[in-house]
Structure formats: structure tokens, C-alpha cells
Design a protein around this ligand. Structure first.
Ligand code: PAF
Length: 303
């Protein structure tokens, strides 16, 4: 299948490279023309946790018109860049293009609702870091859940089902989720409890469990996020703190996406994660002081 990957970050490079290695025609859309040229020449250079190095050939460009309409487009930019990325990707989006959005956080969902007639949500537990343009370091592996938050046409469901099979064949275990909203909230709770703290503590995920003050803030932040989710009618995991601590252990050596963003001077997803808990908490009259604190402290890192 001809697959468009919008954004060559860690998740874009991971999914693009594995689809390419499985025999699909992968086109990466990158807003930076020089990096696109480099990726087009060099491909994606991968490093597996077992020490194995490999290379995957992809096509890359900064001009979506060169790609043209694709049956499947994976939106892999950060939450804050979604509106701009969808606008730039328009020439790739035909009448029958399925867009799968793979961001952390929930803050960009209304942006996607306004920009597209429908779109699928992907919640991935794959760990990946980027050490340079197209240089992918794979981390812990976990399932990718896919589904629609709103009604979608039959052909889009069929394409999503096909995507699940293609991902699994490519080495990225995937499933259709019976409740993708709950999956999105479970991931949001985990991200609310881990990402900002790792950025502030400047440490890998597993280290948070060894730092009592960080663990106390994680406990508060996950419980607040869980309260907001439950009050919104979402059937989240029964023990959100245990779930978050389990992810810390499973991805102990990972540097979270937010820590990587802070280290590289990029904008973070804190507004789409902790900020979204605060915003929805305000709407529901639920106090969220821990998330407010994390939001303010991470924003202050860039001030
Ligand atoms: O954003 C991330 O880095 C990941 O979602 C997670 C699960 C925190 C692992 O590092």
C-alpha cells in the first residue's frame, strides 16, 4: 500500500520504517525541506534494543503534492502542530484517505474534528527515540490500539481493519479497540503522571519510582486525571496509579517524549496532556492542583 507518514519524529520514523520493511511504499511528509532531502537519500537508520542496526528505504518530501492522495495517512506530528500539518498534507488526503492520528494528549481532537470529516485514533505503547534526523532508536514494545471516536463510513472501518493487520505483519502488534476513548484516557493518565515529571526531574521513566517527591506528585496527577475521566463518563483502568507505575517499570530506560522535547528545545505536549486535565477539570468543577503545577513548571522551562 502507498502510505503517507506526516512528520518524521520518533513514532513517524518507527511506523514508516517498519511499513517500508514490510514491503509498503512509504512517503514521509516533512515540513523541513533539507531534512526531507536527507531522509529521501539516507532512509531511516534503525537501532534495535538487541543491538541490531538496520536501514529502511523511504521517500520523503516537503511538498505533499509530490505524494498525491494516499489510502492511509499516519499523522505523527506533536499535538500542537496538528492543525498546520493537516493543512500542509491536504494534497495527500483524497476522498478515500484514512487519517490515523497518533499523538499523545487529547487537546488536538477538536482541531481534527474541525479539519476532517472523520479520522481514526491510534494509541501506541511503542517506545522510540530519535537521536538525529532519521536515526531511530527503538525502545520498549507495546500494542497499538486503533478505533474511531465518532461514526465513520464502512470503507473507513474496512481500511482501519486492514491497517491493524498490516501493522501486525510489519512487527507492530495492533488491535481494534472496543473502547478507544477509554484507551485514549488511560494513555493520557499515564502521560500526565510520567512525561512532565521526567522533563522536570531530567530522568528516565523508571527513575521516577525511586524519587519520593516525584512519586507523590505522580500519585496526585494520575488521581486527578482519573477523576476527570470518570466524571466525563469514561470507563478507565480501575487502578490508574498502578497502571502508570507499571508503564514506568516497562519503559524504565526510556526518555519520555517530553524530556526529549525539552532537551532538544522543542515545544512540549504539556498543554495537550496536563493542560487538558486542568481544562476539563475546570469545566467539571474538579480541582487539579498537581496537573496545574506540572503544567506551569514545564511551561516555565521554556520561558
Ligand atoms: O510519551 C512517551 O514518552 C510515552 O507515551 C511513554 C509511555 C511515557 C513512554 O516514554
Amino acid at each position: 500500500m502507498k502510505i503517507g507518514v506526516i512528520g518524521p519524529g520518533a513514532i513517524g520514523c518507527l511506523f514508516g520504517a517498519l511499513f517500508s520493511r514490510a514491503g509498503h511504499e512509504v512517503w514521509v511528509l516533512d515540513h523541513r525541506p533539507e531534512r526531507a532531502q536527507l531522509l529521501d537519500r539516507q532512509g531511516i537508520l534503525g537501532h534495535d534494543p538487541n543491538g541490531q542496526d538496520w536501514r529502511a528505504q523511504v521517500r520523503a518530501t516537503a511538498e505533499a503534492v509530490r505524494i498525491g492522495p494516499v489510502p492511509l495517512a499516519l499523522l505523527c506530528v506533536k499535538s500542537a502542530a496538528v492543525a498546520e500539518a493537516v493543512a500542509a498534507a491536504r494534497p495527500m488526503l483524497g476522498n478515500k484517505t484514512l487519517v490515523v492520528a497518533l499523538q499523545n494528549g487529547l487537546g488536538h481532537h477538536p482541531v481534527l474534528d474541525a479539519a476532517l470529516p472523520f479520522w481514526a485514533l491510534g494509541i501506541t505503547s511503542q517506545g522510540a527515540n530519535i537521536s538525529g534526523p532519521g536515526h531511530l532508536i527503538r525502545g520498549g514494545q507495546g500494542p497499538t490500539l486503533l478505533g474511531f471516536l465518532a461514526p465513520a463510513p464502512d470503507w473507513a472501518w474496512a481500511r482501519l481493519t486492514e491497517t491493524v493487520a498490516m501493522l501486525s505483519q510489519a512487527g507492530l502488534p495492533a488491535e481494534l479497540s472496543p473502547d478507544i476513548r477509554a484507551a485514549a484516557w488511560n494513555k493520557l493518565i499515564v502521560n500526565a503522571g510520567i512525561n512532565a515529571l521526567t522533563a522536570l526531574e531530567n530522568c528516565p521513566n523508571g527513575e521516577l519510582l525511586k524519587r519520593p517527591a516525584a512519586l507523590a506528585l505522580m500519585t496526585e496527577a494520575t488521581q486527578e486525571a482519573a477523576r476527570v475521566a470518570r466524571q466525563s463518563g469514561v470507563s478507565i483502568n480501575a487502578d490508574p496509579l498502578a497502571m502508570t507505575m507499571a508503564v514506568c517499570r516497562a519503559t524504565a530506560a526510556n526518555r519520555s517524549s517530553m524530556l526529549q522535547d525539552v532537551r532538544s528545545g522543542r515545544p512540549t505536549e504539556v498543554e495537550a496532556i496536563n493542560g487538558e486535565v486542568v481544562r476539563r477539570g475546570q469545566e467539571l468543577g474538579i480541582a487539579t492542583p498537581a496537573n496545574e503545577l506540572l503544567l506551569a513548571r514545564v511551561l516555565a522551562l521554556r520561558a
